[in-house]
Design a protein around this ligand. Structure first.
Ligand code: OOG
Ligand code: NI
Length: 461
């Protein structure tokens, strides 16, 4: 049992997410503009669509909406990744899922650190998409050795952060004062640095290999490269971005617009060109673009069957487009997506009957007032109005979408073809533990909600 005076990891995560957002808002003013646009849009949707308002109210998501965001970082070595895993663990964040980005020409593989239990997610759904650079994909051996030596020398954690991680592990938690200090110290790892750790020529060489390699290797630490708020209507935000001085990417990644949103829809705006001082340049300054903005709309988590259908329809639309979605073919891409996704049931009951999505079940007033319901199936309880159902929100990421987000920010020139296979085992070895299967988490949450209904209705499961 944890010590009574320890701050809960969920609360530390909530504080950290807020501190990260404040830091990013100060560093990247466009993020502030985007946050305002998202807040306005969410208010508008809640005012004009009572059904969404009711749904978010009943799942409790309404209370996490304004807190909700994800960030992304990229690290350069196994040691960095393993220590990050320990740092995130202090905040109750576990590595969920494995994403291989090499098929999309990005030399990384990734996981998402996040809370895993619905009660913890409710306190703070903060997630960090974390990528590990695959140095072995640098063909030029000399350059690879150089990158390795630069990475070996850097220290991305403050001494105080490392000490607090050790303390949390040894004591089983952090006390109030330590927790605040942990937030402050942990934040330093994600801060932007205006000075690079390499010369301008070395930067150019790394960048010529892949822009992402330069982004990871040439800097003191894994700067947070975007922070993404959650919107209730991504099409409105996408349409209004230009009027707010923000230019979005050509298409929204993920599924098309639907009555019942599924998985995740995302859009981003291009990375900013920022002044950088290389080690051999005191006065003249170079530039680097890494930090961008993104927004997302989250929908229902899909079962393996639903996910297979999603992947099939997405691939069919993309195959028919015969190219990556871009400015020129955006309208056709949207039309193809809408056409193919006509096959995906777009009602809660349709998705539930066909077991395409995960749900949470809640006892209704009528259910609480009733007794003698023993022997009824869940479907009976549902159709008789003793329980009701809401889709379980998707908490993870999508590899094709992530690749699209990476690409739009790296430029098309960054598309490289790697003849390698995904290597979850190597990733987990670097991480120092295995990643958690997200589908298992959704199934558990769904089951807990069913068990909770049976318990509240006095029915033996
Ligand atoms: C991560 C890109 C992926 C998402 O939301 O899918 C991502 C990165 O650029 O480091 O953040
Ligand atoms: Ni993102």
């Amino acid at each position: 049992m944890s010590h009574p005076s320890f701050v809960s990891p969920d609360l530390i995560r909530q504080r950290f997410s807020k501190a990260m957002s404040d830091m990013y808002r100060e560093e990247v003013p466009l993020y502030g503009a985007l946050m305002e646009l998202v807040e306005q849009t969410n208010r508008h949707v809640l005012d004009s669509d009572p059904q969404i308002a009711r749904q978010l109210e009943s799942t409790g998501e309404i209370r996490r909406l304004d807190l909700e965001r994800h960030g992304a970082i990229r690290v350069g070595s196994a040691a960095e990744l393993a220590t990050l895993a320990r740092l995130f663990a202090v905040m109750g964040m576990q590595p969920v899922g494995y994403y291989d980005l090499t098929p999309a020409g990005v030399p990384v593989h990734s996981t998402a650190f996040r809370a895993v239990h619905e009660a913890a997610l409710q306190v703070s759904p903060f997630r960090v998409f974390t990528s590990l650079l695959r140095l072995e994909l640098i063909e030029d051996l000399e350059l690879r050795a150089f990158a390795q030596s630069v990475l070996d020398k850097r220290k991305i954690f403050t001494a105080a952060a490392l000490a607090l991680i050790e303390q949390a592990e040894a004591q089983g938690g952090l006390e109030e004062q330590q927790a605040w200090e942990f937030v402050e110290q942990a934040l330093e790892t994600f801060r932007w640095h205006h000075s690079a750790t390499v010369t301008a020529a070395q930067y150019r060489q790394l960048s010529a290999q892949h822009r992402l390699i330069a982004d990871v290797v040439a800097f003191k630490g894994p700067h947070i490269n975007h922070l993404t708020p959650r919107t209730l209507d991504i099409d409105i935000v996408q349409a209004q971005m230009p009027a707010h001085g923000i230019t979005p990417k050509a298409v929204i990644e993920g599924p098309p617009r639907r009555q019942c949103p599924i998985l995740l829809r995302q859009t981003s705006f291009k990375a900013l060109d920022e002044p950088i001082a290389f080690t051999d340049q005191d006065e003249t300054r170079g530039s680097h673009s890494a930090r961008f903005g993104e927004i997302e709309q989250r929908g229902a988590a899909l079962t393996p069957k639903g996910r297979a259908l999603y992947d099939r329809l997405l691939n069919a639309a993309r195959d028919e487009l015969k190219d990556f979605p871009n400015e020129a073919n955006a309208a056709r891409y949207n039309a193809l997506m809408a056409q193919h996704f006509g096959e995906f049931p777009d009602t809660i009951e349709g998705m539930r009957q066909q077991e395409l999505a995960y749900f949470r079940y809640f006892v209704t007033e009528k259910g609480l007032a009733a007794d003698g319901l023993g022997g009824r199936s869940l479907d009976d309880l549902l159709s008789d109005g003793y329980v009701r159902v809401e889709p379980l929100v998707y908490e993870d990421f999508l590899p094709v979408s992530a690749a699209g987000i990476f690409q739009s920010n790296l430029g098309d020139a960054a598309q490289t073809h790697y003849g390698v296979h995904s290597n979850q085992q190597a990733f987990e070895q670097a991480l120092g533990r295995s990643t958690i299967d997200e589908l298992g988490l959704y199934a558990e949450t769904q089951q807990r909600s069913i068990d909770g209904c049976y318990c509240a209705l006095g029915i033996a499961a």
